[in-house]
Design a protein around this ligand. Sequence first.
Ligand code: ADE
Ligand code: ZN
Length: 341
Amino acid sequence: MSDLAAFIRGLPKAELHLHIEGSLEPELMFELARRNGVALPFASVEEVRAAYAFSNLQDFLDIYYQGAGVLITERDFHDLAMAYFRRVATDGCRHVELFFDPQTHTDRGIAFSTVMDGLLAGMAEAERDLGITSSLILCFLRHLDEAAAFATLKAAEPYLDRIVGVGLDSSEVGHPPLKFARVFAAARAKGLKLVAHAGEEGPPEYVWEALDILDVDRIDHGNRALEDPALVKRLVHDGKTLTVCPLSNLKLRVVPSLKDHPLRTMLDLGLKATINSDDPAYFGGYLGQNWIQAADALELSLAELITLARNSFTGSFLPPEAVARHLAAIDAYAEGSSPYS
Ligand code: ADE
Ligand code: ZN
């Protein structure tokens, strides 16, 4: 391992943009398909991996929803979560705010409680055995309608003390944040935090809507905000966290290469960017790999890496005492261990 990779792996960090269904590795997909008697349209793990060549977000989403079809039982959701946590424990990840897409499962006849109980069991085990804390963000699928989002919020009612916030994901273009204004207002009234994917493929106007109409606490992705200087100014002024996903952006052709990735520009502009993996099983790398490859391609400085690590905690929904503890751990680590000194 290079000095830079070793430094990054040891740096305390949080992941704020991770779709748990996007951590389903082909090996586990096959195991669950066998366990549950689900037919897959692929003959082998290699064939599945070969299918992971995407031209855009929709290409990926089609295969991602198909893959999620093997998740049937509470144990499946537990195993999915634990496989992810075991993997990021080796990346120096201390805290995760994970997205889940209940409609992908309830629309197939899986009970909301099956999804929740399985994920919560995995999260409790990860905290006990790996020392990784986590919380859940329920995402509404934006290609579905407002009524379906309201029904999902209602199904979540018994679990609201175990869900930190709601988000908005799936096909962005043609499904602006405005479509979910009322359901986000209802979620806010229940005390939930709010986030939304915006500016991944969609225009800067969608980021404005996420801010002005949904009143989100964080923007997921936000790349296209850079096209609008007034929007950048607003995001900087509000100190709004962007959950940026370098390898996802590369795989979904949001950027032509990692060297062209806007992460460094975002930091230079004063934007509060973070590094995340999005759907690591599909995009070729977990949290640590996103950090290492971005740092390498963009030649990020030690100070920039530490800013990114700090942003991952100050942009989280952790209580202030926990944020302070993680920031102190970053400071202690940075003083004692530098690849540059
Ligand atoms: N669902 C899973 N990953 C996503 C992404 N990158 N954008 C929108 N919806 C998603
Ligand atoms: Zn995402």
